[in-house]
Write a protein that binds this ligand. Structure first.
Ligand code: CO
Length: 295
């Protein structure tokens, strides 16, 4: 069951997402540094009264997820760019993603359209009260009808306060689950590709999450850990943010905290056949009989 604070905070976060997204679609262009894109989006979120729920993910082509620029990243935007960002208000998250066809390729245009259609079909399936298997099937069928594949080992997720992925998985294929979504907050996120439809773990991403509380002897690391738990709680954050706040000494502290098992670092997720991936994502609130798209 959802309380009033959860619903209102998620709606407010969703409103900020919509504003940031509609502007970002206009100003993101081929050739801009990814770091500029990430920072501009993150600053816009704060200006509108929210906080980034996680670092802006900017995956180019086969990079499906978990690519955020590091503090000295020189990568520029090109190709099929996925912009996945979230806003939180009091720990309640509105998560979303869209894809841009920066080099105006016909194939990428079709991929992006397929991911948008798959998202719309999944939401319709949820509105009909269908099972997780049927929702996944709606996504998978849309992908295959357009000649593409949905990525099977990436999925949507339930969301709770301070928990971006709170346990329930919403599949991008028919996993035969007969579970029907209950009242709650969910992100639906089909990833569509011309490739095989699987991602593998690439390099470390510089995106971290607090895993457990724990003591650490090093004074620098202790200071940074305190900041992390106060500022991000259990939501993901990145090395770029901490270098901005503490300078380069943050990097060694992050590696101490990771080795001590206090932080988890995510890996970049890359499509197995190195084929381009399009992503569309929205957050919904299921409240009684209603399905409300908030982003
Ligand atoms: Co998500």
């Amino acid at each position: 069951m959802l309380d009033k604070e959860a619903v209102e905070s998620t709606r407010k976060a969703g409103e900020i997402v919509r504003k940031v997204k509609s502007e970002a679609k206009d100003w993101i262009k081929q050739g801009i540094l990814l770091i500029e894109i990430a920072e501009k989006i993150e600053e816009h979120i704060v200006k509108l009264g929210g906080k980034p729920a996680f670092p802006v993910n900017l995956g180019i082509n086969e990079y499906a997820a978990h690519y955020t620029p590091n503090h000295e990243d020189k990568t520029i935007a090109y190709g099929l760019l996925k912009v996945d960002f979230g806003v939180h208000v009091k720990g309640y998250v509105a998560d979303n993603a869209f894809s841009l066809n920066l080099d105006k390729s016909e194939k990428n245009k079709k991929l992006i359209e397929a991911s948008e259609l798959a998202l719309a079909e999944a939401i319709e399936s949820i509105k009909r009260g269908e099972t997780l298997g049927e929702i996944g099937s709606a996504i998978q069928t849309t992908a295959s009808d357009t000649g593409f594949s949905a990525i099977q080992n990436l999925s949507g997720h339930s969301i709770e306060q301070w928990e971006l992925h709170s346990g329930l998985t919403i599949p991008n294929y028919n996993n035969n689950s007969s579970i029907v979504l209950e009242e709650g907050i969910y992100a639906i996120e089909p990833f569509i590709t011309t490739g095989e439809g699987k991602v593998y773990d690439g390099k470390p991403s510089g995106i971290y999450q607090l895993k457990k509380s724990g003591g650490i002897r090093d004074a620098n690391a202790r200071e940074i850990l305190k900041y992390i738990s106060e500022e991000y709680n259990t939501l993901p954050f990145c090395s770029r943010w901490l270098v901005k706040k503490f300078g380069r000494r943050a990097l060694i502290s992050l590696s101490f905290l990771e080795s001590a098992g206090i932080l988890h670092q995510f890996t970049q997720l890359v499509e197995k056949s190195k084929a381009p991936v399009a992503q569309s994502e929205a957050t919904i609130i299921i409240l009684g009989e209603d399905v409300e798209v908030v982003t």
